[in-house]
Design a protein around this ligand. Structure first.
Ligand code: ADP
Ligand code: MG
Length: 464
């Protein structure tokens, strides 16, 4: 019975079949995303065409599409599926002007030539044309990574694998995507996140279709895999990845990998994989300095201006403020800027610092809640030690420092009192917490390594 229905699904793929009431769905969006997000973004999305397994939605601009895809797509899909279970993905079409609002001449598949598993739930595997080398701004923190990403395009297989690592939101995916775009016209490019790789892997096991899976992933001549740290602790996935990796290398394919840490720091990953990952060139992307952040903002403003065809008036002072406010992360920086621009467009006025502070207060108050548990887990993970060891009474430095960092962050990022924090660290006294806070504060002022660690841990905490 079950088989039969999937057969039928296959037959009806792409068949037009209307069941969605767009109006109802819109109210659902409003309920779930809140008035403000709804009015600024989702209200302007239109339903262009409905198929059995996917929807084509219309958005006014590229900027709009990117914004929605990066923030709301998962949730939208979830809501849409409540209305129609058979839907598995959403395509966007940019409607330049109302007259061309027809799908007749709209070819969904002609986006790019990247190989793609056909029934992918979302189009995460697709190369994003907006993340290219042209709009990747160079700064001291990323210039090495940028230059080798370009070199790898000129001479594939010279640096193999190319391994790029760095904290969240620093441009890894952007660079990987840019490499893919650059090479796709001449090579068979596969671009996938480790998470999607696993999704296909599991699906193929379930469907008893490993042969296809292997063929599919091994035929590329450029294999780009994003966020490899995802394979940590997943044994069978690592097994498969190892074989894919070997067979790609054997046939001379270029492999490009990103991760949030260097290969040797990938705990719970097989040694043989770490050694393979370290076999080529390893480069890191650092956190951006003020200059890079300001350049990114200016560039972004130009972009938005040309998209909306209107002048966006943001003072130097405000740019400085935004750049210094977004401490670690370029994604956050752009998020903050978008927010400020959206606000300024909505209220049709030039913003001052006080406006910005208000807008940002709002952004940061929506920020994720950081708990002591989460801090402890993140810190112990980051330093590759077990939580038990970190909380234990042992005083060796490799355990004591992370413990102190965790206490320090608990004080800084949560509202817990010193005694409460002490209790959460295996019943320590609050004076121990005070000592930890002092020690780490001092270290963070003069010790570069400590500074970097804190920034990266914070970004892990605030992003995930
Ligand atoms: P990561 O994969 O390291 O988490 P992303 O590549 O997703 O980070 O980058 C986050 C956001 O910041 C993206 O919108 C990306 O386009 C932008 N970005 C990052 N670095 C730069 C840069 N040097 N120039 C322009 N945009 C950048
Ligand atoms: Mg990424």
């Amino acid at each position: 019975m079950k088989n039969k229905s999937t057969q039928q699904d296959k037959i009806f793929v792409s068949e037009e079949e209307k069941t969605i009431n767009w109006q109802d769905l819109q109210s659902e969006f409003k309920k779930n995303f809140g008035e403000e997000v709804y009015n600024s973004w989702l209200k302007n999305v239109t339903l262009i065409k409905e198929y059995n397994d996917y929807l084509i939605l219309g958005v006014p601009t590229r900027f709009f599409r990117d914004w929605i895809v990066s923030r709301y797509l998962d949730k939208i899909l979830e809501l849409v599926k409540n209305f129609k279970l058979s839907l598995s993905r959403i395509e966007f079409k940019i409607i330049e002007d109302q007259k061309s609002n027809r799908v007749d001449d709209f070819k969904i598949e002609d986006f790019n030539k990247v190989t793609e598993i056909k029934d992918s739930i979302l189009n995460y595997n697709r190369l994003n044309p907006n993340l290219n080398f042209n709009n990747f701004i160079k700064g001291t923190s990323n210039e090495v990574a940028l230059s080798y990403s370009k070199k790898v395009c000129e001479h594939t297989s010279r640096y193999n694998p190319l391994y790029i690592y760095g904290g969240v939101g620093l441009g890894k995916t952007h660079l990987l995507n840019a490499i893919g775009l650059e090479l796709q016209s001449t090579k068979e490019v596969m671009f996938i996140s480790a998470e999607r790789f696993m999704y296909h892997f599991i699906k193929s096991i379930k469907k008893n279709d490993m042969v296809n899976f292997k063929d599919f992933f091994r035929k590329s001549s450029v294999f780009i895999i994003d966020d490899i740290q995802f394979i940590r602790g997943k044994e069978s996935l690592q097994e498969e990845f190892f074989h894919t990796f070997n067979s790609l290398l054997e046939k001379g394919s270029q492999i490009i990998i990103s991760a949030d840490r260097p290969p040797l720091k990938l705990d719970r990953v097989q040694e043989r994989i770490k050694s393979r990952l370290s076999g080529g060139l390893i480069i890191d992307i650092d956190i951006p300095d003020l200059e890079l952040k300001k350049n990114i903002i200016s560039n972004r403003i130009n972009d938005i201006q040309s998209q909306f065809k209107e002048h966006i008036n943001i003072s130097e002072e405000v740019i400085n403020f935004i750049a210094s406010e977004a401490k670690t992360n370029i994604r956050e920086l752009i998020g903050v800027l978008n927010r400020v621009v959206a606000f300024s467009r909505l209220h049709k006025r030039v913003l001052n610092i006080i406006d910005c502070k208000n807008i940002l207060k709002d952004v940061f108050s929506q920020a994720k809640i950081v708990t002591v548990d989460k801090i402890q887990n993140t810190v112990s993970n980051y330093f590759n030690i077990s939580l038990n060891d970190m909380l234990s009474q042992r005083r060796s430095r490799p355990l004591a420092r992370p413990r102190q960092i965790a206490m320090f962050l608990a004080k800084r990022l949560t509202t817990r009192s010193l005694p409460e924090i002490g209790r959460r660290f295996a019943n320590r006294d609050h004076t121990t917490v005070i000592h930890a806070v002092k020690t780490i504060t001092k270290l963070s002022e003069k010790d570069e390594e400590m500074k970097k660690n804190l920034v990266q841990i914070k970004s892990l905490l605030l992003e995930n």
